[in-house]
Design a protein around this ligand. Structure first.
Ligand code: ADP
Length: 328
């Protein structure tokens, strides 16, 4: 007899693990998440990148089933978060903020306690080894460093061997060495086949870790693509940034005229003004620079802090919203 066709979902990385449609959250009649749509694919690291207050946490918590949406749906591994919360809980892992950990328990005790909440769980020792905390197995939580607590919070998110892991700003407040260590751990989680949803306001972190990035601002999705495509679609390879010297002494009309002329310069694709900082985007760097210096001379505008650089995700955000991501 011929075997029956396999009815399990396809293992292709294109399989959809999270399907968000028209998701809305309101507080006091004001929408802080304004009807967003996106899909997360199996095995990818999906980034929610945006400044503080963009709605990243609210979005994640609605998908996790922790906050009730005021509209729209979130389907997680085939289950509707509003209708099948128990099923969703079995397949997801959520990194809690480390401040909510029980300080007096040891690392082993707290992992075992979390494991007891689930029908199935992974053994403690290999879990702690993956998260580089094995030597701290008998240490009390209160003696751990900030980075170690953060790693423990991630270990707790993995205790039920989830298919999807949610990490909300996992490296905020960590020093550069701890951040890099955490990035390695997150990349290893992906290698092991986890689907990861990560929120961050650090563009370097999103760029390094994420397969695709959903750029969020003021409760909306402003762009969604791979980091490479987001930058490529900016259609500008380089950014030229400078400040106008004695900005406050240049009157508004003159500044406005200068900006308009910059916009019309040959080779310049886009101009962004943020206070006294002006950024030109171009894919003809040399030509744009020469024309810019000529224009500044003619207009008797003195510039300072001139820098040129390759366009980044920060530039994508500025081009889409007119504002900066507010990097720390
Ligand atoms: P992010 O994670 O991108 O920093 P949040 O999702 O935390 O953004 O917040 C989005 C907006 O929703 C912010 O303006 C925030 O003040 C507001 N907000 C979040 N939670 C609540 C709440 N429980 N009550 C009222 N407003 C809230």
């Amino acid at each position: 007899m011929k075997p029956m066709p396999d009815s399990t979902p396809t293992q292709s990385h294109e399989a959809i693990m999270i399907d968000v449609k028209g998701l809305v959250k309101k507080y006091n009649q004001t929408a802080v998440v304004k009807g967003i749509d996106f899909q997360v694919r199996r095995g990818e690291i999906f980034g929610l990148l945006g400044p503080n207050g963009a709605g990243k946490t609210t979005t994640m918590e609605m998908i996790e089933g922790l906050r009730r949406p005021d509209g729209g749906t979130a389907i997680v591994a085939g289950y509707d978060t509003r209708k099948a919360q128990d099923k969703v809980k079995e397949v997801i892992g959520v990194q809690l903020q480390s401040t909510s950990l029980f300080e007096l328990l040891t690392v082993e005790e707290i992992v075992n306690m979390y494991a007891s909440f689930y029908k199935k769980s992974v053994p403690v020792a290999p879990l702690l080894e993956d998260i580089l905390l094995k030597e701290k197995i008998h240490a009390r939580v209160k003696g751990l460093s900030g980075g170690q607590k953060q790693r423990l919070a991630i270990a707790l998110a993995l205790v039920n061997d989830p298919k999807i892991v949610f990490l909300d700003e996992p490296t905020t407040g960590l020093d550069p060495q701890e951040r890099r260590m955490l990035w390695d751990i997150i990349l290893k989680m992906k290698e092991k086949g986890k689907t990861i949803v990560l929120s961050t306001h650090y563009m370097d972190e999103a760029n390094i870790l994420c397969d695709r990035i959903c750029l969020m601002d003021q409760g909306s999705v402003v762009a969604l693509d791979t980091p490479e495509n987001l930058i490529r679609n900016l259609q500008s390879e380089s950014a030229v940034q400078f400040r106008i010297e004695h900005h406050e002494q240049v009157d508004d009309a003159r500044r406005q005229r200068f900006t308009e002329q910059l916009n019309r310069l040959e080779g310049v694709k886009h101009v962004s003004v943020q206070g006294d900082r002006i950024t030109l985007y171009t894919d003809h760097l040399q030509e744009a620079l020469v024309r810019f210096v000529e224009l500044a001379e003619t207009e008797q505008i003195t510039f300072q802090d001139l820098q040129t650089r390759t366009a980044t995700l920060e530039d994508v955000f500025i081009a889409r919203t007119g504002r900066s991501l507010g990097e720390e």
